[in-house]
Design a protein around this ligand. Structure first.
Ligand SMILES: Nc1nc2c(c(=O)[nH]1)N[C@@H](CN(C=O)c1ccc(C(=O)N[C@@H](CCC(=O)O)C(=O)O)cc1)CN2
Ligand SMILES: NCC(=O)N[C@@H]1O[C@H](COP(=O)([O-])[O-])[C@@H](O)[C@H]1O
Length: 226
């Protein structure tokens, strides 16, 4: 186990969110404890103005930024029939990358960030050699994309599975297919409702996101990048 390098400056973490931010809160609470030593959250960015995670950041005196997609869709009205809004998405992502890189973080953590990141974001961040990691409520290669907890529940109810899982993985262009950092299998058995499965998964996620972030920071230390 790599010893935390307490002589170094705290590793700066930028967190992307879209919702409640309970996983962000787990990271906030873990910073500068044995769970996540010598780390600080430089900024929280959300694509949704009403994300409660922005209030969690403000309460922790962490810079919080809302970066919404609507102005970019208004600049590309011709794409309104394209559900992917590709040009609007790319313009949004290019600006998101600039917002992130302005803080010069050592790592970016997607903690319930519900937008697919295009290469307009991934490429500039990769050039800056800043890893991006993501929390995903499925084991690697099992369920992909949004709504995985519901899909696991539906398959459980159909008798097609008894387990699911969660993982922290590196983010690449292919959604949810980046190299896993840490994973945890979770039994669905005993859950009577989807809500009970969601609650079980959330409880496990809060520990895994801290463990996965610490592991990724330790790799940066070993590679001499922090
Ligand atoms: N290029 C990548 N981008 C993102 C990844 C990734 O691995 N590669 N992980 C996601 C997080 N995520 C699953 O873990 C995920 C989030 C959202 C979606 C999605 O389909 N989003 C839709 C919009 C949905 C909505 O607005 O409710 C979209 O972007 O069109 C898929 C996977 C973070 N990004
Ligand atoms: N595909 C990505 C995805 O589904 N992410 C999920 O968003 C939630 C965020 O919760 P939070 O806002 O309370 O941290 C988490 O359950 C996470 O697994």
């Amino acid at each position: 186990m790599a010893q935390a390098n307490s002589s170094r400056e705290p590793a700066r973490i930028t967190v992307l969110i879209s919702g409640s931010g309970s996983n962000l809160q787990a990271l906030i609470d873990a910073c500068n404890t044995e769970a996540l030593p010598n780390a600080k959250i430089a900024r929280v960015l959300s694509d949704r103005k009403d994300a409660y995670g922005l209030k969690r950041a403000e309460a922790a005196h962490i810079p919080a930024t809302y970066h919404g997609i609507l102005p970019y869709k208004k600049q590309h009205p011709d794409e309104s029939k394209d559900p992917q809004w590709q040009e609007a998405r790319r313009a949004y992502d290019a600006d998101l990358a600039q917002h992130v890189l302005a803080d010069n973080p050592e790592i970016v953590v997607c903690a319930g960030f519900m937008r697919i990141l295009s290469t307009a974001f991934l490429d500039p961040v990769k050039i800056s050699k800043t890893p991006i990691i993501n929390l995903h409520p499925s084991l690697h290669g099992d369920l992909i994309g949004a709504g995985c907890i519901k899909r696991a529940w539906d398959e459980y109810e159909a008798g097609k599975r008894t387990k699911t899982g969660i993982m922290i993985h590196y983010v690449i262009a292919e959604v949810d297919m980046g190299e896993p950092i840490v994973q945890e299998e979770i039994s669905i058995e005993g859950c009577k409702t989807l809500k009970e499965l969601e609650e079980r998964i959330h409880q496990h996620e809060h520990g895994l996101i801290v463990k996965g972030t610490k592991t990724a920071v330790e790799k940066l230390e070993r590679d001499g990048k922090v």
